[in-house]
Design a protein around this ligand. Structure first.
Ligand SMILES: Nc1nc2c(ncn2[C@@H]2O[C@H](COP(=O)(O)OP(=O)(O)OP(=O)(O)O)[C@@H](O)[C@H]2O)c(=O)[nH]1
Ligand SMILES: [Mg+2]
Length: 442
């Protein structure tokens, strides 16, 4: 799920980061592509429209256009708005002030109610609760057996009665049983239908009346796309839902349901099912899904770190120096120092305002120790030499090499590479980085 969307978004962002500053037109162009990617992922039309409008409004603001890392700023905005769409923060289960708390599990036929009831019970058990499962789906004898089997496997008690007993009575008796067992949670697996119909809703409403649940959770098959979204709206208006559980998130659906359902229905997603096994169940974290969709791991934290580490004014000065090609080894050294304060080098180089052009040409996995070496060499130079490397002759080279524990050839190599870099800067940094310059970071 989401692979195609992730790929498409990554392409849009790559396109943006290839540019220095962004114009309004660049942003609109990028957002058009984002919009298309979301629609192709089957995200609800209204959700896409709102989302794009929010991202655009924030992106067109001076903050991004004038920023030195506009592409990263936009990724950051997209991430934040995506989280908003998915529901900010994690939605916890709501327990009743008078235990046992009751969670009703509802949904259409085959959505995963029975499996999910068992998953939820196991999750609660693992968090120190004493769950009781209740087989209130008396439409099919097999449904009861299925729950009993799952409960037995996990050593979780299951309350059941004969098929002939009404689900209302089963629930009433189950509550007494829960008291007897001192259960803290009662998870009620209910009957589903092929489609939403009045008898089902009426029965569920009756059960809700009886059980007074603190949670009414709709189980939604994420593979059903926009149908899932409509269904959530209907269930919610009729029954009043407290949470959603998206199942089959391990499938190859395009992900549109997952991305739309919270925004459209207003009901928070509390858990996701990610496999057939009872353990394949997780609390839902909007931030994690958003960053997974954006395929960026912890890049955002890095952006924030970069914002904190690089003094804006100094960054501006550096940019100017780069533009006028008066960027010298001293500037380079100060950038390296800032960079090393922050962490994993290969991802960070990208954020160096002056070197971001270069960074894209760098091979993956630039190693820390090579940067250390460069830093040592520059540190062994006098300020004069750093500002004007041309004065470095044979004897100075010898001295610098000895001071930094390298060979004189290494100093030569650094200076040559630096001269090339300056040349590139003079040309406006437009060209590709020559292969030997890439070696500078290795
Ligand atoms: N891959 C995957 N399969 C799931 C997941 N959740 C449920 N299933 C499968 O979906 C099928 C239906 O699950 P059930 O739990 O029986 O669904 P139900 O809603 O109780 O179905 P009825 O009782 O017939 O209405 C089963 O084969 C489950 O193993 C999930 O998160 N991932
Ligand atoms: Mg079932």
């Amino acid at each position: 799920m989401f692979e195609i969307l992730t790929e498409k978004l990554a392409k849009v962002f790559r396109g943006l980061s290839g540019k220095g500053k962004l114009s309004e037109k660049d942003i609109d162009n990028a957002l058009r592509q984002v919009r298309l990617a979301l629609l192709e992922a089957d995200v609800n039309f209204k959700v896409v429209k709102d989302f794009i409008a929010r991202v655009r409004e924030r992106s067109i603001g001076a903050q991004v256009l004038e920023s030195l890392t506009p592409a990263q700023q936009i990724v950051k905005i997209v991430n934040e708005e995506l989280i908003k769409t998915l529901g900010e923060g994690q939605s916890q289960l709501v327990a009743s002030p008078h235990p046992p708390s009751v969670a009703m599990v509802v949904g259409l036929q085959g959505s995963g109610k029975t499996t999910t009831s068992a998953k939820l019970a196991l999750h609660l058990k693992h968090s120190g609760q004493r769950p009781l499962l209740v087989a209130a789906d008396n439409r099919r004898p097999a449904a009861i057996e299925q729950l009993v089997t799952l409960g037995e496997q996990q050593d979780i008690p299951v309350y059941r009665e004969a098929v002939a007993v009404s689900s209302k009575d089963v629930c009433a008796h189950a509550l007494s049983k829960a008291k007897e067992l001192a259960a803290t949670w009662v998870i009620v697996d209910t009957a589903g239908r092929m489609h939403i119909d009045e008898p089902m809703m009426a029965e569920l409403a009756q059960l809700k009346e009886k059980l007074k649940p603190s949670e009414v959770m709709l189980v939604v098959d994420a593979m059903t796309g926009q149908d899932a979204v409509r269904m959530a709206e209907e269930f919610n208006s009729r029954l009043g839902l407290s949470g959603l559980i998206l199942t089959k998130m391990d499938g190859d659906a395009r992900g549109g349901a997952a991305l739309s359902i919270r925004w459209v229905s207003g009901v928070p997603i509390k858990f996701i099912g990610i496999g057939e096994k009872v353990s394949a169940f997780e609390p839902f974290y909007p931030e994690r899904l958003a960053s997974r969709i954006l395929g960026m791991g912890d890049v955002l934290t890095l952006v924030e770190k970069a914002e904190k580490t690089f003094d804006k004014q100094r960054v501006k000065e550096l940019e100017k120096k780069v533009k006028t090609a008066s960027f010298n080894l001293e500037d380079f050294l100060s950038q390296l120092k800032d960079l090393r304060k922050m962490g994993p080098i290969d991802q960070l180089v990208e954020m160096l305002p002056g070197a971001s052009q270069m960074a894209r040409q760098l091979p993956a996995g630039v190693e820390e120790k090579h940067l250390e070496k460069i830093e040592a060499m520059i540190l062994s130079m006098t300020p004069e030499e750093r500002r004007n490397p041309d004065i470095i002759d044979g004897s100075r080279r010898w001295r610098i090499a000895r001071g930094s524990g390298v060979k004189p050839q290494d100093i030569n190599q650094l200076l040559n590479q630096f001269r090339q870099m300056q040349k590139l800067m003079k040309m406006g940094m437009g060209g590709k980085l020559p292969p030997n310059l890439r070696g500078m970071f290795r």
